[in-house]
Design a protein around this ligand. Structure first.
Ligand code: SF4
Length: 435
């Protein structure tokens, strides 16, 4: 879903421009049609058409002929589709509401609120309870107010009122009470509410007209719910706090809102690149250069210089020995098993020196020698543990040779109930041994 949102968000302006242009073109063509008599040619929005002569006019049909294709076009239907596609795209992208909420918008959904402090009137759009069973109020931006105003003007009948229509609730499987729904149209002289299938079809047609394609080359599709994801992603990208986006979207759980937004990788990449740039600007530039030959040799030589008489020094590159080369006592020393005799010799020598110091009363030296002795004994214990680990066997669950032989002879015995397969993994080895 995140990939789907990321694919559609950058091309949303193309869709918006396209549906707006189609609406304007359809309106201009219809207006030009009305200015001419039947049989007369007219030109509008770059199209040359002829007003059709229809002896017996069909109610609701506005026919024009296209001289280039020779086909008749219903300009009324084209204008209606273009207008409602534009209206659906604009309302969905500006509010992020669900398709069922869009189709339930009515003339009563527009309410006003006067700010108690400034006294300013704020237009609000009331979204009736749908999925989460709670209503919510959305702030109407000036752009959305323009769209809603155009929709209301379009939906009004000759008396100036928005007709009451009934809608079929597909999820509840019930007809709703008549309401002045905003998304309604006149079909065969009857006012009818839009269905979600109609909106989806209009969106598909609008997308085909844009020529946008997805990664596989197929026409790009936007479902009504894609606009909801795009709305949340765009809002959070532009700095809207997620908990406010949650309220606007009508989610009960903020994790649902965060699941809708598809901006995490972008945020992480941007933040990490900013971190790298900041760190580079703070660190001295001479650190970012190609090492000289001397430095490279120094780096390689470090590993050779780590060798000491009873093993290897494990200190990091570029760090000096801070233990005054008292390797026997040092935890950084990795003792070499080949040097065990030398370590035993050192330990015996230390024992002899401690005995001598105690005998001679050199008590100041005894303490230091005992620390060295403890270090030597620890290194010897380390070597012994290492060798013990190497000597001890670990049972891997592989059967012994006599078990395999017994199992194989069972197979060959006359009267055996059912032939049994020897351990398959050892079969090849056994055959080789017998051979
Ligand atoms: S004393 Fe420790 S750090 Fe220094 S050379 Fe010996 S092992 Fe390495």
């Amino acid at each position: 879903m995140d990939a789907r949102t990321r694919e559609r968000l950058p091309v949303l302006p193309i869709l918006v421009r396209s549906v707006d242009q189609r609406r304007k073109d359809a309106a201009a063509v219809l207006e030009a049609f009305r200015q001419v008599s039947p049989g007369e040619a007219f030109t509008a929005a770059g199209q040359q058409l002829v007003r059709a002569v229809v002896p017996h006019g069909t109610a609701g049909r506005i026919w024009a002929e296209d001289p280039q294709t020779g086909k008749r076009r219903d300009l009324g239907l084209e204008d209606e589709r273009a207008f409602w596609t534009w209206a659906a795209v604009e309302v969905l992208r500006a509010t992020g509401i669900r398709i069922e909420e869009l189709l339930e918008l009515s003339h009563h959904s527009l309410v006003q609120y006067r700010l108690p402090t400034a006294g300013e009137l704020v237009p609000l759009l009331q979204i009736v309870p749908s999925k989460t069973d709670t209503e919510r109020l959305l702030l109407v931006s000036p752009e959305l107010a323009d769209v809603l105003s155009a929709v209301i003007c379009r939906a009004r009948d000759t008396t100036g009122a928005v007709p009451l229509v009934r809608s079929w609730d597909r999820r509840e499987c019930a007809w709703q009470a008549p309401a002045p729904l905003l998304f309604q149209r006149r079909i065969s002289g009857e006012d009818r509410a839009f269905t979600d299938e109609t909106v989806r079809t209009m969106l598909d047609q609008a997308l085909i007209a844009t020529g946008l394609t997805d990664a596989t080359g197929d026409p790009l599709r936007y479902t009504p719910h894609d606009f909801r994801r795009l709305f949340i992603t765009d809002a959070i990208l532009n700095g809207l706090p997620p908990h406010i986006a949650q309220v606007i979207a009508g989610h009960q759980d903020i994790n649902v809102t965060l699941g809708y937004k598809a901006v995490y990788p972008e945020e992480a990449i941007q933040a990490y690149m900013a971190f790298l740039a900041r760190r580079r600007s703070l660190r001295p530039s001479e650190e970012y250069r190609v090492p000289t030959d001397e430095e490279w040799q120094e780096f390689l030589g470090h590993f050779e210089r780590r060798k000491v008489s009873i093993g290897a020094c494990g200190r990091a590159f570029g760090t000096p020995c801070i233990h005054e080369h008292a390797c026997v006592r040092c935890p950084m020393l990795w003792p070499d098993p080949a040097q065990r005799d030398r370590l035993v010799e050192i330990r015996d020598n230390l024992l002899a020196r401690i005995a001598e110091a105690e005998r001679e009363g050199w008590l100041g030296e005894v303490e230091g020698l005992q620390v060295s002795l403890a270090g030597a004994e620890e290194k010897l214990a380390q070597l012994d543990a290492q060798q013990e680990r190497q000597r001890s066997t670990v049972f891997l669950g592989i059967p012994a040779l006599d078990q395999i032989a017994a199992r194989t002879s069972d197979v060959n015995e006359p009267g055996a109930e059912a032939p049994r397969e020897p351990y398959p993994s050892c079969k090849a080895s056994l055959t080789a041994l017998k051979g």
